[in-house]
Design a protein around this ligand. Structure first.
Ligand code: NDP
Length: 333
């Protein structure tokens, strides 16, 4: 099995020398174990945090051990009564082409006709659930709200914007890091307005896109984006603080937001969350989003990188904004 391991903790932007691709011979299956050939392995921004040796909501990666993360694959050998060869499973033993463990580590997953198994990592999986929970449970978005989402062309952000529109937002605004992504937001994803945060003054671009202010902010980026949102908030606004990718590779303390007193003067509610604590919403999420995707009312893009050998490049590309929608690594069949 080819497996990616962290061998040195990155300082700032991770580099190839922080990792190694190990070739590991798998032992014969023990009783109760299964072997799974991964079809898709997920690379996600939170993994950058796990490369640091700090206590967080997910434990840090152990140096010299194979990195874990979301993956979907198919059972190719089984010594368990609960899983049979050919079964599609989701699991958390990512960053490898073959995974072997007790059957309990793998969750059997019903196939959806016509849908790639990669969807269980994105549009029908963790990132879309994050969008749904953040928008509806944390930020409590209501029809008539003006909603702003950053990282809007990514896996979480593209789902947030479309859900907001379908749930009756008055206006949906997105920011992203290229003109191509901005065109996708106002075209295919149906945002009312969008801007490229790399083109000029961020707070002014948001103010221009939201002449009547914003009521909800879904934050994937932190820093200057959050500061801009605080300026544009209407009284009583709500923010779901989902991520802060603009600071994940920073070595210095973030310079903003510098306008936190606006939380008080505008009576805002900012709430952070991690999706692991909100799995109880998975059923309601799937009941709403499954049919929306099947009918085409909601669309999802993926950026697919081929081969487990290229998983590290996929991860670096994610941090650099080379993905549209969910970034996944295609590892087999
Ligand atoms: P994305 O698909 O959005 O990929 C990351 C994107 O971040 C890139 O495509 C890039 O797009 C953007 N980006 C990178 N650097 C910067 C920067 N300096 N400023 C602004 N944008 C930047 O990833 P996900 O959808 O998986 O995750 C989005 C966010 O949600 C992340 O912050 C992640 O940590 C968080 N998250 C939180 C969860 C939770 O439980 N709270 C669960 C899942 C995700 P661009 O070209 O636009 O710059």
């Amino acid at each position: 099995s080819r497996q990616w391991q962290l061998i040195r903790r990155p300082s700032g932007w991770p580099v190839a020398d922080d990792f190694r691709l190990a070739e590991i011979e798998l032992p014969p299956l023990a009783d109760g174990e299964v072997r799974v050939r991964n079809e898709f392995v997920s690379v996600d921004p939170y993994m950058r945090g796990r490369m640091n040796d700090v206590k967080s909501y997910t434990p840090p990666y152990v140096l010299g051990e194979t990195m874990t993360g979301g993956a979907v694959g198919r059972v190719v050998e089984s010594r368990s009564d609960s899983l049979a060869v050919g079964d599609l499973v989701r699991h958390f033993l990512g960053w490898r082409d073959l995974a072997q463990a007790d059957a309990a580590a793998f969750a059997p997953t019903a196939e959806v006709p016509g849908v790639s198994s990669s969807a269980f990592l994105g549009a029908l999986g963790m990132t879309s659930l994050t969008a749904w929970v953040g928008l509806l449970v944390i930020a409590n978005m209501k029809p008539g709200d003006t909603v702003f989402v950053s990282g809007a062309a990514g896996a979480v952000g593209s789902a947030v914007g479309q859900l907001a529109r379908l749930r009756g937002a008055k206006r949906v605004i997105g920011s992203a890091g290229s003109d191509e992504k901005v065109a996708l937001l106002t075209g295919k994803y149906g945002f009312d307005a969008a801007f490229n945060y790399k083109n000029g003054h961020l707070a002014r671009q948001l103010a221009d896109a939201a002449p009547d202010g914003i009521d909800v902010y879904f934050d994937n980026v932190g820093g200057e984006h959050l500061e801009a949102a605080l300026y544009s908030f209407n009284d009583g606004g709500r923010a779901a603080l989902c991520g802060a990718i603009s600071v994940y590779n920073e070595t210095a303390a973030p310079s903003g937001p510098r306008n936190l007193p606006m939380i008080t003067t505008k009576g805002l509610r900012l709430e952070g969350f991690t999706i692991g604590n909100y799995q109880q919403h998975a059923t309601a999420f799937a009941a709403e989003v499954g049919p929306l995707l099947a009918s085409g009312q909601m669309v999802s893009d993926e950026t697919v990188i081929d081969g487990i050998d290229n998983a590290l490049e996929a991860f670096f590309g994610l941090l650099r904004g080379e993905n549209t929608g969910k970034m996944v690594v295609h590892t087999g069949a």
